[in-house]
Design a protein around this ligand. Structure first.
Ligand SMILES: [Zn+2]
Length: 436
């Protein structure tokens, strides 16, 4: 048994923060929330099952007590768009309070890591993964890890692989032939396999919205026509802006930003920093050569159009793209959702907890603080509702039966940062090669 004592509890259950409450954990689950102070009888807890304060004598022996005076406890964050395929990333996620990830390019290695993390034999965020990226032939990308679909047989094999690995989504890229893509959508619907990815521009967005295409990844993928965006939103499609990665382009190419300016950059392994510098140099050179100046206001306006019609929005980062530090970039994305997209702080926090849990289908276990739910929790020094930046002030992280304090998490980060290239486990792509 563990008790988080004297905590302000941000349940994400649409009620106010519970003041100076105690949160009881047993066997990796929240079993009781006892608030010493209530703001009013009953109604504020929104049916969250809060029990009356039962006093110290009810505490069983050998209970571990965590003094959370002055701290806010909230559900563990979920990065709703990332690529968790290098082992060093695991501790970066946990140290920043990310206890689950939606990983969007799954190979057999991901299924292995997912199972080991669930079993407690590997440390890292819980993994909810799509299958590999399926695409049509694209001569502009000569070497990549995308799996090319040429025929209906290929589609069947892809569906079979995704299901055999227990992956949750079929991830597609835009180059699949429209007729074959319609077949894929139909078959995925029959197999209850939601489709997501980079939206094809070769077919109507309305058609996609009506045929099992469940999530638009990246703000830059939204169509130009506001009526189409409205249709998608009202049809129930989800949206994961990953604004933080969209903005890396002008920041590094035109605004003089340097990778070394990033918070926690120095914590990254040296080989990763070197690779990011090299990759970023190529990106910068190309965009300068082609004189690419994306119209960011236009892109932001499209996102705001979506938000006008839907709250099905998830916070994702696209780490480990160069400049997107695993885990810690979630705070950057949440700040963008508030400061750039005009979401309220509470909506932004929903996008990192309740909403991805709903999209993934784990809303009964994760994303809120309620009796019976998994004990995936972050203890923050300060209330993120006062200042979204307080999500950076992680004091303690709970994930099921495990928990780590800041010192332990920092020691993991330090150790991860010292890993040499050959010591980092890397998930292999379709040809048994490391993913790029
Ligand atoms: Zn991505």
């Amino acid at each position: 048994m563990k008790i988080l004592k004297n905590a302000d509890i941000l349940t994400m259950n649409d009620g106010p923060v519970l003041q100076r409450g105690d949160l009881w954990i047993a066997e990796g689950r929240i079993i009781k929330i006892a608030a010493e102070e209530e703001n009013g009888p009953g109604e504020h807890s929104g049916g969250m099952g809060k029990t009356a304060w039962e006093g110290a004598e009810a505490v069983p022996p050998e209970t571990e007590i965590f003094d959370c005076t002055g701290c806010t406890v909230m559900p563990g964050l979920i990065d709703a768009h990332c690529h968790f395929d290098q082992s060093y990333m695991a501790d970066f996620f946990l140290a920043s309070g990310v206890t689950s990830v939606r990983s969007l390019r799954g190979f057999e290695g991901h299924a292995g890591w997912r199972d080991e993390i669930l079993a407690g034999t590997r440390r890292g965020p819980y993994i909810y993964s799509s299958g590999p990226v399926y695409d049509g032939e694209d001569p502009s990308i000569p070497h990549n890890d995308n799996v090319i679909l040429y025929s209906r047989e290929d589609v069947e094999a892809a569906i079979a692989f995704v299901k055999s690995q227990g992956f949750l989504w079929m991830k597609t890229y835009p180059m699949i032939e429209p007729e074959l893509y319609r077949y894929l959508l139909r078959r995925c619907e029959e197999e209850n396999l939601p489709v997501c990815g980079h939206m094809t521009k070769r077919m109507e967005h309305r058609y996609l919205a009506d045929h099992g295409y469940t999530c638009c990844e990246h703000t830059s993928s939204l169509p130009a026509d506001p009526e189409e965006i409205r249709y998608m939103a009202e049809a129930g499609m989800w949206f994961c802006p990953t604004h933080v990665v969209c903005e890396t382009l002008p920041d590094y190419v035109w605004n003089g930003k340097q990778l070394r300016d990033l918070p926690h950059y120095e914590d990254l392994p040296e080989c990763i920093r070197r690779k990011w510098e090299e990759d970023n140099a190529v990106i910068i050179e190309n965009y300068r050569k082609w004189n690419v100046h994306p119209d960011f206001q236009m892109i932001i306006d499209r996102a705001k159009t979506f938000l006008r019609y839907s709250d099905k929005v998830m916070a994702g980062t696209d780490c480990p793209y160069p400049g997107i530090v695993p885990g810690f970039a979630m705070a950057d994305e949440l700040e963008k959702l508030v400061n750039v997209y005009g979401m309220s702080v509470y909506q932004a926090l929903q996008a990192a907890t309740v909403r991805p849990a709903e999209y993934i289908g784990i809303e009964k276990e994760k994303g809120r603080i309620l009796p019976g739910m998994d004990a995936d929790l972050v203890v923050l020094e300060g209330n993120p509702l006062d200042n979204i930046g307080n999500v950076r002030r992680v004091k303690q992280v709970f994930q099921g039966t495990r928990d780590w304090n800041r010192e332990t998490l920092q020691s993991y980060l330090t150790a991860a940062g010292r890993l040499k290239k050959e010591e980092i486990e890397v998930i292999l792509g379709k040809d048994g090669q490391p993913l790029d």
